[in-house]
Write a protein that binds this ligand. Structure first.
Ligand code: WT7
Length: 629
């Protein structure tokens, strides 16, 4: 992927005139405001917090920054669901559609801001009736439905901390997350739609919570199914039917935890990234508004799942806080036909479409005749997120989805950053393959090991110089792991990515500097996959690397030393892959399994994945002086 980016490095495209002339922010205005925002970030965020959010009580201090910890809007009181729902309902938007849900059979459900508020309140009251209190954690394992979004918001309504687990994760992975978060309550759907079939979620919850006494109640959205509920189980619809549709929003402190979301690190254990209320609310609100040039009546479609940060920030909190209408589509992008997405854009006149490069590459492969069948002229802004978008995919997106008439924003950010950190704003020139410039209020740099800025186009570490409102506050129960973000490169937030900066300051992301992989834009740790592999009884030792993949961006290759007398045949490979599926989920299943006699190690016993990778790709392994054998 990287080679392709480099070969088309110099391509610059202007934003379409009709967008340029109407956007919230021109390049010149940006330059001016950016300078100010960096010179006095506290003033910048203070002004925005007053203008963009509704507060129950004003804060008394904008920021407290005692390296490596920080707090924002100290002493302020608010509730994010008030900013996302009540204030719109109170301001004439009660009947505006908040979400248009579509399933794989094109059945739609629309819910207005007024109705959503009532649904959230009923679930919130239901949670209260089960004894859930402010500060408790609730794990959510649901299909992408309005009920899922309402359940998430219901937690925030009463100050419970939500921990959403993506429905593709296995029972083992779910159990680990429930236990780590100490969730006494789990909310799940009976199933999710996937390519015309039902993918079971409830049975996975059964397995994940078996003999797990910690879990007091499991709330089940049975959907159209009818099944017997066991002692600790509660039906979501039943629970709601008994509740009032009024629930006063819990008064939250700015720094009260809003949610935890697990993401992969370099050890086998995922980390629970924790975000708090006010800073996250402001930052996701503001980046939604600016990156997607929101005026207030847009139809927005972010194709992520709320199980990932993109869904938290740009399906739920950012769009709702701005009071716009969002589309959500459960199920496969290409079922029942490869043009499912394009027919949805046509039908609902979607203005802003936000997806991942892996999806763009998949659509590219399916062919331009599919989008061509539909009227995509409502589109104004196209977004990309999750991994570097290669110029070839960028240009296809621009031509065949954007009809050369849209602005493309390639947004770089992370679970930890809460919202967009680097992108172009819609009026800017774009350079396919380069994400762009830092967002307002964000100071980034590309530096070498000593902390000096690298020269133009020289590879270095991507860092952020100061805390921003939606920066993670801690890793759940692991403060030392949190500190590493700020101490690994002394004084900076180190994102874990490699990057370059060109002479206009445009940043190109080259990929991770650590032992994590990006599979279809989802971060997976090599250590996590390796521990899933060695959990198989035939596997003695495992090493995992990422390989370039046409659609997924990266795929996994595993090198395994088997126990004595174990067979190295196809059957064995399949059984090992199955083990990874049940330990982690299908995202993490290796595409390649190689049985080997030894693994390249340093004299201190560390596996040299770099050597494995070079070997597999027929490249020069570089310096191997530390290699043991
Ligand atoms: C990592 C964060 C942000 C939500 C989805 C992923 C990579 C993300 C881009 C982009 C190049 C990107 C980085 C980052 N990444 N967006 N536009 N261009 N790389 O969230 O799982 O927390 O992963 O995704 O490597 O560090 P995540």
């Amino acid at each position: 992927m990287t080679n392709k980016i480099l070969s088309e490095e110099s391509l610059t495209l202007q934003a379409p005139q009709h967008i340029k002339s109407q956007t919230n922010l021109s390049l010149d205005e940006y330059k001016e405001r950016y300078k100010e925002s960096i010179k006095d970030p506290e003033k910048f965020w203070d002004d925005l917090a007053k203008k963009e959010l509704d507060w129950f009580e004003d804060y008394t201090q904008v920021r407290e920054w005692t390296y490596p910890n920080y707090q924002w809007f100290l002493g302020g009181k608010l509730n994010i669901t008030y900013n996302c729902l009540d204030r719109h309902v109170n301001n004439g938007k009660r009947n505006q559609v908040a979400y248009i849900y579509v399933d794989e059979n094109s059945c739609e459900v629309k819910i207005t801001y007024g109705e959503l508020l009532e649904k959230v309140n009923k679930i919130a009251n239901g949670l209260k009736s089960l004894g859930v209190k402010k500060g408790d954690t609730v794990t959510i394992y649901m299909a992408m439905t309005i009920e899922q979004i309402a359940s998430i918001l219901a937690c925030a309504r009463i100050g419970a901390i939500h921990s959403v687990v993506f429905g593709g994760f296995s029972a083992q992975a779910l159990r680990l997350r429930i236990e780590d978060a100490k969730s006494e309550i789990v909310i799940c759907s009976s199933y999710t739609q996937r390519k015309g079939k039902k993918a079971e979620l409830k049975s996975i919850v059964n397995e994940a919570t078996k003999d797990l006494d910690l879990v007091r109640k499991i709330i089940v959205d049975s959907r159209d199914e009818n099944f017997e509920l066991f002692e600790r189980e509660v039906d979501l619809q039943d629970l709601m039917s008994k509740q009032s549709s009024i629930c006063k929003p819990e008064v939250m402190d700015s720094e009260d935890p809003l949610f935890i979301l697990y993401t992969s690190g370099t050890t086998g254990k995922p980390k629970g990234v924790m975000h708090t209320t006010a800073g996250y609310n402001l930052y996701t609100h503001y980046t939604t508004k600016m990156t997607f040039d929101i005026k207030g009546d847009e139809v927005f479609w972010c194709t992520a799942d709320p199980g990932w940060i993109t869904g938290h920030s740009y399906i739920i909190y950012g769009p709702l806080s701005n009071g716009i209408t969002s589309v959500i589509a459960e199920g496969s992008p290409v079922y029942p036909a490869p043009d499912r997405f394009w027919s949805i854009i046509e039908k609902y006149r979607v203005n802003i479409f936000y997806t991942a490069p892996t999806a763009v590459r998949m659509f590219m492969k399916l062919g331009k005749e599919w989008p061509k069948k539909h009227d995509l002229s409502s589109l104004k802004i196209l977004g990309s997120v999750g991994e570097p978008i290669n110029p070839e995919a960028w240009i296809w997106y621009h031509k065949h989805i954007g009809l050369e008439n849209c602005a493309i924003v390639d947004t770089w950010w992370q679970t930890e950053t809460g919202g967009h950190m680097i992108s172009t704003y819609p009026s800017f020139d774009t350079k396919p393959g380069r994400a762009g410039l830092p967002m307002l209020g964000i100071e980034v740099d590309v530096i070498d090991k000593e902390g000096n800025s690298t020269k133009v186009n020289e590879v270095g570490f991507l860092v952020i110089k100061q805390p921003w409102p939606s920066a993670l506050r801690t890793c759940w129960g692991e403060p030392k792991r949190y500190e590493k973000y700020w101490t690994e490169i002394e004084g900076f937030y180190f994102a874990g990515d490699l990057a370059t900066k060109d002479d206009d300051g445009y940043i190109m992301i080259l990929g991770r500097a650590d032992d994590t992989l990006s599979i279809s834009g989802h971060r997976i740790g090599t250590a996590e996959v390796e521990s899933a592999l060695v959990a198989h009884k035939a596997v003695a030792e495992a090493a995992v690397i990422g390989l370039p993949h046409e659609i997924k961006g990266e795929c996994i290759a595993a090198f395994l030393i088997l126990m004595q007398d174990e067979l190295t045949n196809e059957q064995q490979s399949l059984s090992i892959k199955e083990k990874v599926r049940t330990e982690l989920g299908s995202l993490a299943v290796p595409d390649e399994i190689h049985f080997v006699e030894t693994l390249p190690k340093t004299r201190s016993g560390k596996i040299m994945r770099r050597v494995l990778k070079a070997n597999r790709l027929g490249q020069d392994p570089g310096d191997t002086s530390t290699l043991e054998d």
